[in-house]
Design a binder for this molecule. Structure first.
Ligand SMILES: C[S@@+](CC[C@H](N)C(=O)[O-])C[C@H]1O[C@@H](n2cnc3c(N)ncnc32)[C@H](O)[C@@H]1O
Ligand SMILES: Nc1nc2[nH]cc(C(=O)O)c2c(=O)[nH]1
Ligand code: SF4
Ligand SMILES: [Mg+2]
Length: 210
């Protein structure tokens, strides 16, 4: 199978329990909760997306012919020494494209595989670190993983219902939006009142790295 990749780059994981880790980011093109076009944002299921995932025009973006081609580019970005090699598959929605063949190819290249998903598609076997980030108004199929990362504030989603799901880590991430300061205050207030949840920040944005 071929893969539509928006961009691929080396950076540090900015969010979640693995924040601070050196990581190759593999951003797939396309999402099932928004077209990615600004004209469609107001009627999308997910309206607060901070990411351009349309097309294959980013750094190292392309339609890669097969899993081996994606893994070769990711390996070149990481470098020859694959100790602690880590790749974050994101998007867009990575589970629209990430399949067993690509998981095997990335493992063969020496990567530990992380995924950032909206949870609407069941995750394939072989993912080493699964982050699910539920969106109000979508049906969450994937209710287990390594971290649940809820962007906050969101209306029409009740965190109390999520804590019954099978995750060892429950994280609240302030929404990057017009009134980001209010979102940060709301996120902090939520965590102070609900110790099951922990605050996670988008460190890469503060650091000015991708
Ligand atoms: C761009 S999404 C791609 C992966 C997948 N589609 C998802 O939503 O989880 C990557 C992460 O960024 C989060 N995110 C998107 N827009 C955000 C925003 N405006 N503020 C904070 N986090 C945001 C998502 O919830 C998700 O955890
Ligand atoms: N540095 C960095 N960390 C991230 N963690 C999750 C991201 C994403 O867009 O999925 C992201 C991203 O875009 N950049
Ligand atoms: S589900 Fe993820 S990629 Fe899709 S629009 Fe929402 S935040 Fe963006
Ligand atoms: Mg991002």
């Amino acid at each position: 199978m071929s893969y539509a990749v928006k961009e691929m780059f080396l950076t540090l994981q900015g969010e979640g329990v693995q924040a601070g880790r050196r990581a190759v980011f593999l951003r797939f093109a396309g999402c099932n909760l928004w077209t990615g076009r600004e004209a469609d944002r107001a009627k999308a299921v997910c309206q607060f997306c901070d990411t351009d995932f349309v097309g294959t025009d980013g750094e190292n973006g392309a339609r890669y012919a097969d899993a081996e081609a994606v893994a070769a580019k990711a390996g070149a970005l990481w470098g020859a020494d694959r100790e602690h090699a880590y790749i974050v598959c994101t998007g867009g929605e990575p589970l629209l494209q990430l399949d067993g063949a690509l998981i095997d190819a990335l493992h063969d290249a020496g990567f530990e595989i992380a995924v950032e998903s909206n949870g609407t598609i069941a995750a394939p076997d072989g993912i080493d670190w699964l982050c699910v980030s539920p969106k109000a108004g979508s049906e969450i199929i994937q209710r287990s993983g390594d971290e649940l990362k809820l962007v906050w504030p969101q209306t029409d989603i009740d965190p109390d219902e999520l804590v019954g799901w099978d995750f060892p880590n429950f994280l609240i991430q302030p929404m990057d939006c017009e009134d980001g300061e209010a979102a940060l205050q709301a996120a902090m207030a939520y965590v102070r009142a609900h110790p099951r949840w922990r605050l996670t920040l988008q460190n890469h944005k503060m650091l000015g790295i991708p």
